[in-house]
Design a protein around this ligand. Structure first.
Ligand SMILES: Nc1ncnc2c1ncn2[C@@H]1O[C@H](COP(=O)(O)OP(=O)(O)OP(=O)(O)O)[C@@H](O)[C@H]1O
Ligand SMILES: [Mg+2]
Length: 220
């Protein structure tokens, strides 16, 4: 069994898209895969179909219903804030040990976990996402964009993960709507400073069918 943690340089960079593409490609290869987005903030109970969880359930071929929402995203919060702030507004906290236990007891051959925001988003008063990745003790994919500022955000995240001895299997640069230079120039620049970590480009997709084969690129 293997686990892969999809983290990012920040929010809205393409983590859910990358998770979906990996899940879909593994399912096409008839691999036994599950996906988790254990913590969701900004979850609207009146429109669950708009959530990341719904997108992952769709990729998994699972129905959007409460048991399946619970199986993918047990911690759902209404406020579109970091999990510590979103949970506090509901008088709740995310029990860190339960979060790690939930991720670690999965039984699929491959479990793909989408994090939340960037690598140091607070989960509670003492843990951030990087503590979560370290406790699950699995490799990561670092998703970033090609927006102005993405290079520094990416290299900062990479340094931070490396300092915790977390394996970054690849960096995926998902093309942003607005970018100062072509995607390839951002990807090449990141590559030069990434100390040998593989860098894969994910061009702006208008249809999912255009997606590059991330499984081959990531050697999954
Ligand atoms: N390469 C791309 N081609 C087309 N659309 C993209 C691409 N990358 C990201 N997007 C779109 O940008 C939006 C944000 O991407 P996504 O939801 O995957 O980000 P995220 O990192 O998961 O965000 P969050 O932090 O909210 O979980 C989505 O509508 C997604 O489909
Ligand atoms: Mg997402």
């Amino acid at each position: 069994m293997s686990t892969l943690f999809i983290t990012g340089s920040g929010t809205g960079v393409g983590k859910t898209l990358v998770t979906q593409l990996i899940v879909t490609a593994l399912r096409h290869r008839r691999r036994n895969v599950h996906a988790l987005k254990p913590i969701v903030s900004g979850f609207d109970v009146s429109a669950p179909e708009e959530s990341d969880t719904a997108q992952l359930l769709d990729a998994l071929g699972m129905t959007l219903n409460t048991p399946n929402l619970d199986a993918v995203s047990p911690w759902r919060f209404a406020a579109p804030l970091s999990p510590d702030m979103a949970s506090r507004r509901e008088g709740r906290t995310i029990p860190f040990d339960e979060l790690v236990g939930f991720c670690s007891r999965q039984t699929a051959d491959t479990t793909v976990i989408e994090g939340v925001g960037g690598v140091m988003v607070p989960l509670d008063e003492s843990h951030t996402v990087i503590d979560w990745i370290a406790a699950v003790a699995c490799p990561t994919i670092l998703v970033t964009g090609s927006y102005l500022g993405a290079i520094s955000h990416t290299l900062t995240a990479l340094e931070t993960l490396s300092a915790q001895r977390i394996e970054v299997r690849a960096i995926i640069v998902s093309e942003s709507v607005e970018q100062p230079v072509p995607l390839v120039e951002t990807a090449e620049t990141i590559t030069r400073h990434a100390g040998g970590t593989a860098v894969t480009m994910l061009p702006r997709l208008s249809k999912r069918a255009q997606a590059p084969d991330l499984i081959a690129a990531l050697d999954l």
